[in-house]
Design a protein around this ligand. Sequence first.
Ligand SMILES: [Zn+2]
Ligand SMILES: [Zn+2]
Ligand SMILES: [Zn+2]
Ligand SMILES: [Zn+2]
Ligand SMILES: [Zn+2]
Ligand SMILES: [Zn+2]
Length: 314
Amino acid sequence: MMAALLYLGAGLGMCVVRLLNHRQGTEVKEARITQKDFPYVLAMIILDIAAPVFLMVGLTLSSAAHASLLGNFEIVATSLIALLIFQESIGKRLWAALALITLASIILSVEDLSSFTFSLGSLFVLLSCICWGFENNCTRKLAIKDPMDIVILKGFGSGLGALFLALFLKETLSGIGYILGALMLGFVAYGLSIFFYVRAQRELGAARTSAYYALAPFIGVGLSFAIFREMPNASFLVALGIMIAGAYLASSEDHAHLHEHPAITHEHRHSHKDPHHSHSHSDSFAGEHSHVHTHMPLAHSHHHTPDIHHGHIH
Ligand SMILES: [Zn+2]
Ligand SMILES: [Zn+2]
Ligand SMILES: [Zn+2]
Ligand SMILES: [Zn+2]
Ligand SMILES: [Zn+2]
Ligand SMILES: [Zn+2]
């Protein structure tokens, strides 16, 4: 029930933001989601509903500590699926970074590794990671489109799905205060985070984005040490060191080579600062805008990440 309210809060909140922007005329034009995107939207919503169900089953069969430990495999699943199925480029340096970030997350989330046993519950937790891995890659396919649309579709789609599931399992709604609180939390925790996740995926691709988002728990734990004026324990410091090394490797990645861009016609938000958008407009466009444009075939060499124009195979 909580998951349903969080997703619905994200969708509702984003609708309000869109309305406010519309009234003040501060909308940024972005490409809209079209019928062609429907399979990815549907997959994203179904996986969003399925993943927490698997996680819940896993939690009833094993402990919360084990589940949060295994939860770190979302990065691994996302990257493997990105590489094997969506053919996103991942170099040696990035694999090393992903390994370090995963290791650091494991150290942070586990207190006693020796008590770990692989159970049926673990299998369900891993299954939920695989769902989220596919879901991240489906969202990546939509990242060229308006991130607000994505939050609204995901919020209402996954929220209503989870709501029906909760009602089917005969869960009841508790108190209006609780509901409003959960909706607000959903807008901040889910809505804004999905929005920025999609914006990041547009520039970085699925694997790198999931690696950077793994840094968030560290900021949380670090802040709690600062706020409660506690000395961080040894395992936090070890994990922090490994995490910094991983983040450095991921961000210092140096990928440049001669590549070819085939001719393509598509719509997305862009400015004319990068070497791919040198087309001219009859009316004077300035800054960022969105419209259907055609890229002529182009071969050039420059630094790039697997962004929306650089999905080439290496
Ligand atoms: Zn490349
Ligand atoms: Zn373009
Ligand atoms: Zn333009
Ligand atoms: Zn253009
Ligand atoms: Zn290029
Ligand atoms: Zn480029």
